[in-house]
Design a protein around this ligand. Structure first.
Ligand code: SAM
Length: 171
């Protein structure tokens, strides 16, 4: 099962950091690909640098037709929104389907058409918070925490320690 994250509403000046964090969370928590709805090379470079150093197969690309991307996606399309059905009510159904998944997250304002284009509108609780948090919780619930043990083969690797820091470089 492949997981693609579609980030809508990216603004060049204000959202570089948050969209980069979406890419980092997506990669670290088991997604395979991030699609941005604006061609921001700074975000792509920042995420790519992490992939180069720390490994994994993660891809990042752009679309200028997010509606077409959602319509044509050959799997389950899940929009994360505080207005949706609480994840606790539908998680078992989502986990039961092994179809590829497109996870859609918004920004300041979500285009109204999104709600009817998708298969599910899912809330990570029905309170407003953040696209980064919503994505992180969704992926962790989907993978039941097992994504945190995923092995990444990169130039750098952390040797986990209870105190201090140890990183193996240029492996
Ligand atoms: N009022 C906006 C809306 O339409 O949901 C909130 C925008 S919020 C700043 C940006 C994004 O964070 C939303 O588009 C959604 O993807 C995600 N988000 C925020 N709270 C959420 C929640 N409780 N459940 C799921 N996603 C959430």
């Amino acid at each position: 099962m492949k997981i693609t994250v579609l980030r809508l509403g990216h603004r060049f000046i204000r959202d570089k950091r948050i969209s980069t964090h979406i890419g980092l969370v997506a990669r670290a928590l088991g997604a395979d690909k991030l699609i941005l709805d604006a061609p921001d090379d700074d975000v792509k470079r920042s995420v790519w640098k992490v992939v180069e150093n720390w490994g994994g197969e993660f891809e990042i690309c752009f679309t200028d037709d997010w509606k077409g991307y959602i319509k044509d996606f050959g799997g389950e399309r899940i929009h994360l929104t505080m207005y949706g059905i609480n994840i606790n009510e539908v998680l078992d159904d989502i986990k039961a389907s092994k179809k590829d998944k497109l996870i859609i997250i918004g920004g300041e304002k979500v285009p109204p058409g999104v709600y009817s284009l998708v298969d599910r509108n899912i809330a990570i609780g029905n309170q407003p918070h953040s696209e980064v948090a919503a994505l992180a919780v969704f992926l962790d619930r989907l993978f039941e925490g097992k994504e945190l043990n995923k092995k990444f083969e990169g130039k750098k690797m952390i040797v986990p320690k209870s105190r201090g820091k140890k990183v193996l470089n240029e492996r």
